[in-house]
Design a protein around this ligand. Structure first.
Ligand code: GLA
Length: 385
């Protein structure tokens, strides 16, 4: 998102219209797409996401005192609250801003009142990390306007705590870390136990293609929290601190210690962790192997973890038939949302035409398809004053 881009000019104009002055800052926080490593973050395993070139943009300025006003342009809604008394908001989205402010204050950061407008080109509830991007963009705006010094990783951890404690979704860390720390042209291998990170170049000859089922389900009203509990139960029964500390072989030996459903959940987490490490190696030069691991991941999410749905399966099967597609799988939490496919650049037009056609034939809906490149994590696009 550059200063010259139309969304940037529009958000500055909208701020001026709302508050009668220019904003002090404009920040952009990217969404994310996960290449592989699904539902492993809260099991303290590996994930391999990229930040994408679709963002939440915020134009903001300080406001005297401790009042905060946030206007969501995409929704045509506004939220206002006081930093001295942060209670739960009535609108779903307002709890992201309130939760982030609450966590930052709780961590000892004294925040300055703020006026802001928010706009995004990230589809919401589509499994592309829009909630995390919103949290990170708000936290970063507070951080800049209140002259704080918070490391990006700490900012991501604050945002995750806001989502767990205030919004009520027991999400892991992947989305917030990626939105805060992603790098252009790279995927981020994150060890969710130690929080160590490694940048892995995404080969220039492939594109990351996201296909959207159009089916929406937020994490609060899906079985996301239930899956997390099932994993905790598995770890408790096996007497391990977290599921990803087990190898597939160790798990196979302990099969009889678990009820069948919990065993399948655990098997997904343990094998997905293994696949993610292998995939990180394969991304450096063996895209065929990488693609096979993506299909295996989808199969495991569908059969063992049971977070796929017919629409996602149709998109994956349609992608599989296009030559030049290395691999395809559901991405994010599942229950609807998007698939991600790794596609040789020259095969992208064919992918767009054939996958859209097959999906439309099966569901009578056209799937939006986004071709993405890995983008930089949260940043200040410009300081206007
Ligand atoms: C959501 C959560 C993440 C992660 C994924 C599944 O995106 O926010 O923390 O658990 O689901 O991999």
């Amino acid at each position: 998102m550059e200063k010259e881009a139309a969304p940037y000019r529009q958000i500055v104009a909208q701020f001026e219209k709302s508050y009668g002055r220019l904003p002090d800052i404009v920040v952009a926080a990217p969404g994310r797409v996960n290449l592989i490593g699904e539902h492993t973050d809260y099991n303290e395993g590996y994930v391999l996401p990229v930040a994408i070139d679709r963002h939440i943009l915020i134009a903001a300025g300080p406001r005297k005192g401790r009042k905060v006003s946030l206007r969501a342009l995409n929704l045509g809604e506004e939220d206002a609250f006081s930093l001295d008394e942060i209670d739960r908001g009535e609108r779903g989205w307002s709890n992201y801003g309130r939760g982030v402010a609450w966590e930052m204050e709780r961590a000892g950061h004294r925040l300055q009142g703020m006026e802001a407008v928010i706009w995004g080109d990230l589809p919401m509830k589509a499994g592309l990390g829009s909630s995390a991007a919103l949290e990170v963009a708000i936290a970063y705006s507070f951080h800049l306007l209140s002259d704080l010094e918070i490391e990006p990783l700490q900012l991501a951890l604050l945002c995750q705590r806001a989502e767990n404690g205030f919004v009520g979704v027991q999400c892991g860390l992947m989305d917030q870390i990626t939105s805060a720390l992603g790098e252009e042209d790279h995927a981020l291998l994150i060890d969710c136990h130690s929080l160590d990170r490694q940048l892995i170049p995404v080969p220039p000859e492939v594109d990351i293609v996201i296909a959207d089922t159009g089916r929406r389900r937020g994490l609060l009203d899906s079985q996301y929290n239930l899956r997390r509990q099932e994993c905790l139960e598995g770890a408790r029964l096996l007497g391990v601190p977290s599921l990803c500390s087990l190898s597939p072989k160790e798990l196979a030996e302990r099969r009889s210690d678990l009820p069948p459903t919990i065993y399948r959940r655990v098997r997904h987490a343990v094998t997905e962790n293994q696949r993610t490490l292998e995939a990180a190696g394969a991304l450096r030069g063996n895209l065929e192997a990488f693609g096979r691991l993506m299909y295996d991941s989808h199969h495991s999410l569908r059969q063992d973890y049971e977070v796929s749905c017919p629409e996602l399966n149709i998109l994956v099967e349609a992608a599989r038939k296009v030559s030049g597609v290395y691999g395809s799988r559901l991405t994010g939490a599942g229950f609807g949302g998007c698939t991600i496919s790794l596609v040789a650049r020259e095969a992208v037009p064919e992918f767009q035409a054939r996958v859209a056609k097959e999906y439309e034939k099966a569901t009578a809906k056209k799937p939006p398809i986004y071709v993405c490149r890995p983008a930089q994590g949260v940043r200040e696009v410009s300081r206007c004053r």
